[in-house]
Write a protein that binds this ligand. Structure first.
Ligand SMILES: Cc1ncc(COP(=O)(O)O)c(C=O)c1O
Length: 401
């Protein structure tokens, strides 16, 4: 029996999802899914693949055309010196890529430094590979970025890799070029791998810059860049991601995990990915502009209706509002977990029909915060804000920084 799996926790997001199914007419601000639909280029390519009977086994690491397009994309968009298609693996979404990388990279008890707060499947996948996640705090006062000295202090003789995620889920923090350079220098000096999860590479708001760690001089050798079609092309349910590695031995190990967990990634979905990359990229700009407007709408609403109970700075990237809960707020019915963020989530869900995720689910530094996804359509956001206004009507005047 795989007893060690008993120590791998489920994400609270699963509990929240179950709670949301019990709510009539919910506002689904809990899950990180965009309300847009995949562009026509994706749908046409998938229709074409079905009509052409592309329903058979395909190459384990991805169909050649998709891999060629990904080489081109990673070279030109991300600035990564990819050698060729053999360096890329297509996966069943970014979460599967994480699983593959950690299984291939880690020996039991190897440590991986991860952000705190952080998206729960990151730590879950490290634990599933019998590694040890080592949280390093992101500071709200620094725009949810690291103190690099603090990050360096987490490195031990057992550290195998640093995992970064910029733009960041759940805080929306975006690492600066200097941050990424500083982390790269640490990895070079201490001989570590750098796993760079760039799921939100296309969601950086005006004035911001996304820096791919593997594009820095000499860094691709030790960096594993990881991407997904989920967020950039609204393909969350189709499950398509990809990951690259220069090291042939690591790739060989990753390929085994890929083969034994999936054989190959769904053929028709891969053709959807080809359609996404061959088609106009204007949808990405349009999504981003709309997301920025939704962010501004949501934060204006929180200022107006949050009664000072919730506050925070609008994020620089990704599509989550990670809001501070006024520590003086006293829940009528405290959560059995004793956590203020669970008390707030239970109130918002049960009495306000508003989906959200308690900050503590993202790590100990997330306690006292609550996450909302503002990638939902404007009507859903407005509905949630109105419901919040009614819920907090009796509370002190809303305060937002
Ligand atoms: C930080 C981060 N990485 C990776 C992913 C992977 O997404 P998917 O498995 O849908 O490709 C997500 C999804 O929410 C995410 O938030």
């Amino acid at each position: 029996m795989g007893q060690y799996l008993d120590s791998v926790p489920f994400s609270g997001i699963i509990r929240i999802r179950d709670m949301m199914y019990a709510v009539k007419d919910p506002f689904r601000l809990d899950q990180g899914d965009v309300s847009f639909d995949a562009p026509d280029t994706v749908k046409r390519a998938m229709h074409g693949a079905i009509d052409a009977n592309h329903s058979h086994y395909v190459q384990t690491t991805g169909v050649p055309k998709l891999l060629d397009l990904l080489v081109e994309k990673m070279r030109t968009v991300n600035g990564i010196p990819i050698g060729g298609p053999e360096e890329i693996m297509v996966t069943t979404g970014g979460i599967h890529a994480l699983y593959i990388v950690f299984q291939a990279l880690l020996e039991p008890d190897d440590e991986v430094i991860i952000p705190d707060p952080e998206w729960p499947p990151c730590a879950g996948n490290i634990l599933a590979a019998r590694g040890v996640p080592v949280p390093c705090r992101l500071h709200e006062s620094m725009g949810w970025r690291y103190d690099l000295d603090e990050l360096a202090s987490k490195i031990t003789h057992k550290t195998r890799a640093i995992y970064i995620n910029s733009p960041h889920n759940p805080t929306g923090g975006v690492l600066t070029r200097q941050d990424v350079e500083g982390i790269a220098a640490l990895c070079r000096d201490r001989n570590l791998w750098l796993l760079s999860d760039e799921a939100y590479e296309d969601v950086v708001f005006s004035g911001g810059e996304h820096v791919s760690a593997a594009s820095l001089p000499g860094m691709y050798e030790r960096t594993i860049p990881l991407y997904t079609f989920s967020k950039s092309y609204a393909m969350t349910g189709l499950r398509l991601g990809y990951v690259a590695a220069r090291d042939a031995q690591l790739r060989d190990r990753m390929k085994k995990v890929l083969f034994y967990t999936a054989s190959n990634i769904a053929s028709v979905v891969q053709y959807g990915g080809i359609g996404a990359l061959e088609g106009s990229q204007e949808c990405i700009t349009a999504f981003r502009e709309e997301l920025q407007q939704r962010r501004d709408l949501f934060y204006a609403g929180i200022r107006e209706h949050g009664a000072g109970v919730l506050s925070g700075e609008p994020p620089r990237g990704a599509f989550y509002a990670f809001l501070r809960i006024d520590p003086s707020w006293k829940p009528e019915r405290p959560s059995a977990t004793g956590s203020i963020s669970w008390s707030m989530a239970e109130l918002l869900i049960a009495r306000g029909r508003i989906g959200c995720v308690p900050g503590v689910d993202f790590g100990s530094q997330g306690e006292g915060y609550i996450r909302f996804c503002f990638a939902r359509d404007r009507r859903e956001l407005t509905g949630a804000l109105e419901s919040m206004a009614a819920l907090f009507a009796g509370s002190a005047a809303l305060r937002i920084s």
